[in-house]
Design a protein around this ligand. Structure first.
Ligand code: SME
Length: 161
């Protein structure tokens, strides 16, 4: 299946999953599985969520698919993950070996995208995807991943956890 068709299929499937999931957390678990299975270059897919009330603020590993990562808690001033959460901006790194912020999860990872999740305009977490391929995340990938993160934010606004 061509990549564009696969992305459109995933867009439809995640929208259906959002409707069918009783909670945001169930939606997140099903979404990481779907993205990991269908998008062949997405080799690690997971959410980090901001720990409520923690000082200093910390990102905690949540639903994920792929190998276990040593980074289960990430401060906001560390990693690509910390950069995305603290800036509220999508961060794409085409070659992780050249980015001094990068916290290694797997030796095979070559590129990464991290997209913040917003609830009522505030960052509450993020969707992090690693690829074994360099520069895996095209503008079309960015678009579908931002769509996925937006749906999680909307689901959290509607149904809470
Ligand atoms: N690479 C991330 C850490 C999380 S693992 O990729 C799962 C970072 O630099 O923040």
């Amino acid at each position: 299946m061509p990549v564009a068709a696969r992305i459109e299929e995933v867009r439809t499937l995640v929208a259906e999953l959002s409707e069918a999931s009783p909670t945001a957390h169930v939606f997140m678990q099903k979404m990481v599985k779907l993205l990991h299975e269908r998008m062949l270059k997405y080799n690690w897919v997971g959410f980090y969520m901001l720990e409520l009330g923690a000082q200093p603020p910390m990102l905690l590993l949540d639903a994920f698919e792929g190998a276990m990562t040593p980074h289960t808690r990430i401060p906001l001033n560390q990693g690509i993950c910390g950069a995305a959460a603290s800036s509220g901006q999508t961060v794409i790194v085409d070659d992780v070996s050249k980015d001094p912020r990068y916290l290694a999860c797997s030796l095979e990872t070559k590129s990464e995208i991290v997209v913040p999740v917003f609830v009522h305009g505030k960052v509450v977490g993020e969707l992090d995807i690693d690829s074994h391929f360099p520069a895996a995340f095209t503008p079309e990938d960015q678009d579908i991943i931002q769509y996925c993160a937006m749906l999680v934010g909307k689901k959290l606004e509607k149904s809470g956890q």
